[in-house]
Design a protein around this ligand. Structure first.
Ligand code: FES
Ligand SMILES: [Fe+2]
Length: 389
């Protein structure tokens, strides 16, 4: 593949582990990605989004989400630049009136030239979409790819029955892999040492975590299911470090007194999802996605999930999510992560960081993730797939 703003072939050649991963600057192809929260897409109110460099227009019609390429066949402009609609279920290009159906992408009219011979003979591409747990997912891939079920592309617990999920999303100015590796990196716990969440959630938060050996990690890559790597945090698999030292001298202490020694595991899943369980308190789990927008930005999805028995409990959790967890955890705590990613981005921006970085033993989980992603991805986003900005 030609680099065209992607990673230079000379760099990929030098990479020892995870060549495909390093090449996937715009993400992996033929995977499901979360794109919007269901609540953001109201009836017949289209929303545009860029996923893995592809511009896509989403609309909810009769309750069902549809997605078409956000690009007119005629002169290639984006419909979303100025949305026009004259017939339900269609979008009309603002420039010369080409009109397309959301259902199948067919060019079904040209407003000012209603008898044109090309009407009915052309179409723009549509994208498979589905909704689960209040999230809209889109399948970014080849048009005739045999689309796997959503459950193959999300962490195992996320879709469980009786599990209520609340979430939010925001744009972050770093490549998606910098996002994944910030979330999955166990020793980055160091940046959270002063977080107010430590007290509020009564956490025992070490300054570092030292994996004890091979048992510290577990790969899940059986056929017909999601593919991921677990970093296990039981006392047998990891040594938490609460006393920070330099040259043998104690310099800093972690929060050793909290009653919640969390999480028990962090796992990273293809195409770009993280699961932390439990977190930030024993009855909750956190899920994150780092969805590529382009080579320099990703959408950071944050979800907390809880098992609930009835609607009342679901509503109580939704309230707790908004009032407590968004400010304390998803903003308060994870803000550290966002600035860390943005601060890491320049080093990896031109691709040289992948060969110039100096990993150490505690990064073994990251190496395992890169290897898994290289082996089990279903394809790469290449320059030919990326739309003009
Ligand atoms: S560019 Fe869309 S109708 Fe001409
Ligand atoms: Fe973090």
């Amino acid at each position: 593949m030609t680099s065209g703003g992607f990673v230079e072939p000379e760099i990929i050649e030098k990479v020892r582990v995870g060549k495909d991963y390093v090449a996937a600057k715009y993400g992996f192809r033929n995977h499901w990605y979360p794109v919007l929260l269901s609540s953001e897409l109201t009836e017949d109110n289209p929303v545009a989004a860029t996923v893995c460099g592809e511009n896509i227009l989403f609309n909810r019609l009769e309750g069902e989400v549809k997605a078409i390429k956000d690009q007119c066949l005629h002169k290639g402009v984006r419909f979303s630049r100025h949305l026009e609609c004259y017939k339900k279920g269609t979008v009309t290009c603002w420039y010369h009136g080409f009109t397309y159906r959301y259902e199948d992408g067919q060019l079904n009219g040209i407003v000012g030239v209603p008898d044109s011979k090309i009407i009915g003979t052309r179409r723009i591409r549509t994208y498979p979409v589905t909704e689960a747990k209040g999230v809209v997912f889109v399948f970014v891939g080849d048009e005739y790819f045999d689309v796997p079920p959503l459950s193959h592309d999300v962490p195992p617990d996320f879709l469980e029955e009786g599990f209520t999920v609340c979430g939010r999303r925001q744009e972050v100015a770093s490549n998606w892999r910098v996002g994944c590796e910030n979330g999955f990196d166990s020793t980055h716990i160091f940046i959270h040492k002063n977080s107010t969440l430590v007290k509020h959630a009564d956490l025992a938060l070490p300054l570092g975590l030292v994996p004890t050996g091979k048992e510290s990690f577990k790969i899940q890559d059986e056929d017909g299911g999601p593919k991921g790597v677990f970093d296990l945090f039981s006392p047998e698999t990891v040594n938490p470090v609460f006393e920070g030292k330099i040259e043998g001298e104690g310099v800093l202490s972690g929060a050793a007194d909290g009653k919640n020694l969390l999480p028990h595991s962090i796992s990273m899943w293809l195409p770009c999802a993280l699961c932390i369980k439990p977190w930030p308190v024993p009855e909750l789990k956190q899920f994150e996605w780092y969805v590529p927008i382009d080579g320099e930005r990703h959408v950071y999805f944050q979800f907390l999930g809880k098992y609930t028995e009835n609607e009342e409990e679901e509503q109580a959790f939704a309230k707790e999510f908004e009032e407590r967890w968004v400010p304390e955890a998803l903003i308060g705590f994870n803000e550290d992560d966002i600035w860390a990613r943005e601060a890491t981005q320049p080093f990896y921006a031109d691709g040289s960081g992948w060969v110039n970085e100096q990993l150490f033993e505690a990064d073994e989980n990251i190496v395992k993730w890169r290897r898994l992603a290289h082996k089990h991805n279903r394809g790469l986003q290449e320059p030919k797939h990326v739309d003009p900005a």
